[in-house]
Design a protein around this ligand. Structure first.
Ligand code: ATP
Ligand code: MG
Length: 569
């Protein structure tokens, strides 16, 4: 492409509403423009990168045996009623009504559509396994779209769905996608890590998120500094303490203390002059409409995902004041385990713990010297807390570290959740009718592009890896008015195009400094500078955007040199 003809509106100023580097740079490099909150247009440069990522995804999905389809974006409500998600999905689902007053949604994901399609077309085990994927625009009415296309409302996703006849087959399908995802993100030049994620009632390690490490990431990534263990914060297991929390201290007698209007952990600590780890908080949850008291140490947090899995319930929420009053006999802020009228579950770290402070189940009172073994009406202990930096690794005992990450992909074994709800069955070898076992696998195409910029940029702009760069090389003639220079640049451009190199010729009548700035901003991996000094001895300068390395190359071999640099990676 000739720069002078391109639709490439770059800007010098950093847009004030863009908080993170990728958002700022995509706007400045003329890749995207906002149409409405969380809705963006892709300009030519941006769309070229999107297409590069899509092609890598497509190649690897095909290689893994998946077949490409394209499903409708607009989906009838009836399908979502069958799966039960029409009412469950909430406000992220954009609902629309047609002229006949029929309800539809704009697809945020496609489990319903694909399950209906496969249910109608597949009858026997001989037609299984199948894996179908598409690359398509999704719409989710995110409550807080932000960071440009990192978390937008309309975004590009690759979603794949596998259907198997057996558990082993489903696990194999999962593994193939897991491996394909590793290849995809490696080819996109990303530093990433698959982390174990919560798989709800499926259990096992059958859900992984692919996380790109970046300080601006919205997710916390837990990993061990000694072994390969990695999980997201929701899923990360805390090892069960060997001896419980007992310090071998003497159990002191219970003591009720007057604590007027002292409710939070901070207030209790300040008032009684104790540390948060010597206080136990009691939270009342409603688990499928039944109250449960959940206990963790004052310096820990309850992990609701782990709690929900442990309880095996469909719905879990914190109780309202009237339930708290009913089970504790006091208003909010004074709940404790002693004498409470509901099931009690405590985190492992409380097992054997001595002489700590709890709520008194009486307005304005707490109790000192509670001892779990002596005073609890329960011996129900479980892993319920949120893991913390420096904790012990649940696998090897090493040290846990927590870093920020961006979720770019997610693989999930669904089991029979949708095939049961929507009656997607097949006739097995033994002539019995069975539900297909499903998996679903998503990659945020647009988010992957943003994540790549987060990881790979500097003060001057984007630094594209060769594999997804919008162009491989930009030819920069330092002065278009100098006929010798412009002719040499034109000739080189023709040669590069003929050799299949994706090249921009910066034929603008601008100062060299302006051209260099734009080349750095849009992040083209190689820049070939054509100037009179080089031409005098028949050479050009090739500069690598990433390393800053500069090579002086004879004009006659420039195309070979560039081709080598492109295929080298
Ligand atoms: P998140 O927790 O970030 O909202 P999710 O768990 O809702 O993601 P999935 O339903 O697993 O995401 O979707 C598959 C992939 O689609 C994600 O891994 C992510 O890369 C991408 N994605 C999801 N929501 C968005 C969004 N609002 N904008 C851009 N990409 C998104
Ligand atoms: Mg989401």
């Amino acid at each position: 492409m000739r720069y002078s003809e391109m639709f490439l509106p770059t800007t010098k100023e950093t847009p004030s509403d863009a908080e993170i580097a990728s958002h700022q740079l995509m706007l400045r490099a003329g890749m995207i423009r906002k149409l409405a909150g969380g809705i963006y247009s892709y300009l030519p440069l941006g769309y070229r990168v999107i297409r590069k990522v899509e092609n890598i995804v497509r190649e690897e999905m095909n290689r893994a045996g998946a077949q490409e389809v394209l499903l409708p974006a607009v989906q009838p409500a009836e399908l979502w009623m069958e799966s039960g998600r029409w009412n469950m999905y909430g406000k992220e689902l954009l609902r629309v009504r047609d002229r006949h007053n029929r309800d539809y949604c704009i697809g945020p994901t496609h489990e319903e559509v694909i399950t209906a399609l496969v249910r109608d077309e597949i009858q026997t085990y001989r037609q299984l396994p199948r894996n179908l994927y598409q690359i398509q625009t999704k719409f989710r009415d995110e409550i807080r779209p932000r960071f440009g296309i990192m978390r937008s409302r309309e975004f590009g996703m690759k979603d794949a769905y596998s259907f198997d006849a057996t558990e082993e087959g489903a696990e194999e399908s999962y593994r193939k996608m897991f491996d394909a995802y590793n290849r995809i993100f490696t080819r996109c030049g990303l530093h990433f890590r698959p982390v174990e994620a919560d798989s709800g009632n499926i259990g096992g390690s059958f859900s992984h998120e692919f996380m790109v490490t970046a300080d601006s990431g919205e997710d916390a990534m837990v990993h061990c500094t000694s072994c390969q263990y990695a999980a997201n914060l929701e899923k990360a297991e805390c090892p069960r303490p060997k001896e419980g929390a007992s310090q071998g201290a003497e159990c002191l007698p219970l003591e009720e203390v007057h604590t007027p209007d002292v409710r939070t952990i901070e207030e209790v600590c300040a008032y009684l002059d104790v540390a948060p780890r010597d206080v136990v908080k009691t939270m009342i949850f409603m688990c499928d409409a039944k109250p449960v008291a959940v206990l963790v140490r004052g310096d820990e947090e309850i992990n609701e995902a782990k709690l929900k899995n442990y309880l095996g319930c469909d719905s879990l929420e914190l109780s309202m004041d009237d339930t708290i009053l009913e089970v504790t006999g006091s208003p909010r802020g004074f709940a404790g385990p002693i004498g409470i009228k509901c099931r009690i579950i405590a985190d492992h770290s409380l097992n054997g713990m001595e002489n700590f402070v709890v709520g008194g189940n009486r307005e304005d009172y707490h109790i000192k010297n509670c001892n779990s073994t002596r005073d609890f009406g329960t011996s129900e202990y479980a892993d319920l807390r949120v893991i913390r930096e420096g904790d012990m690794c649940p696998r090897c005992g090493g040290e846990i570290s927590i870093v920020r990450g961006i979720e770019v992909g997610h693989v999930f074994k669904l089991g029979t959740k949708y095939s049961k709800a929507m009656n997607a069955t097949f006739l097995d070898r033994d002539g019995k009718e069975k539900h297909m076992i499903m998996g679903c696998y998503g990659i945020g195409i647009s988010r992957t592009v943003a994540a790549c910029i987060e990881q790979s940029h500097d003060g001057d702009g984007i630094i594209w890896p060769m594999s997804i760069a919008p162009f491989h090389v930009i030819i920069t003639p330092v002065n278009m008015k100098d006929e010798q220079i412009s002719r040499a640049a034109e000739e080189m451009y023709e040669r590069f195009v003929a050799d299949g190199i994706e090249v921009i010729l910066d034929d603008r009548d601008e100062r060299a400094g302006v051209k260099f700035k734009d080349a750095d901003l849009i992040g083209v991996p190689l820049r070939v500078t054509v100037g009179s000094r080089g031409l005098a001895d028949g050479t050009v300068e090739v500069k690598f955007r990433q390393s800053g390395k500069v090579d002086k190359i004879p004009i006659s071999t420039a195309s070979d040199f560039v081709t080598g640099a492109i295929t080298d990676v």
